[in-house]
Ligand binder design. Sequence first.
Ligand code: SAH
Ligand code: MG
Length: 195
Amino acid sequence: MGCITNLEIYAKENKVPIIQKEGLNFLIKYIKENNVKNILEIGSAIGYSSINMALASDDIQVTTIEKNEKMYNETIKNVKDFNLENRVNVIYGDALDTTIQGKYDLIFIDAAKAQYIKFFEKYKQNLQTNGAIITDNLNFHGLANHPEEIHSKNLKALVRKINNYKDFLIKNKEFHTIFYELGDGIAVSKYNKMD
Ligand code: SAH
Ligand code: MG
């Protein structure tokens, strides 16, 4: 039988960037309050967030995409340990090259931060009209708000990309986004009502 605490320990020991507790609690609350039944996740890592989301209610279905083979295998193993094979569908591949059919109540974007706009643009077609796209790590461990503290070129570029994504969300006419300063920074984007 699977154990959530063991997943947390594994993530810590292996430096796997699983969602923070506060962010996870927010996600679970959102799922319950909005009666979310099917979820698409970009970025499984070890399956920690997928498993937790699936456990929110036993009629929830999760599809999760992971491009790293080791991570994918880890997710498969963990999903099996929790006997969730029927409710968590793990897809091995790059989310930018994957085609997903069907509509989801919730799309959780939690993969390579530099690609966030691409993920958003690609997967919005899989969102139910009243669904939400939730994005994690918009504060990027606090760095996004303090770019002057970053010296590495790569990190600077990444922070710029995250800030571009935030800008993209703020200016987006099709979606309305609310930013939450909890966990590592979370955004909830929903279609603007056309009337
Ligand atoms: N959602 C997980 C954490 C994901 S960490 C949790 O909270 O438990 C981000 C993961 O996204 C990494 O495992 C990385 O390999 C994966 N990833 C990055 N870019 C991706 C892409 N283009 N397609 C699929 N997976 C990707
Ligand atoms: Mg994350």
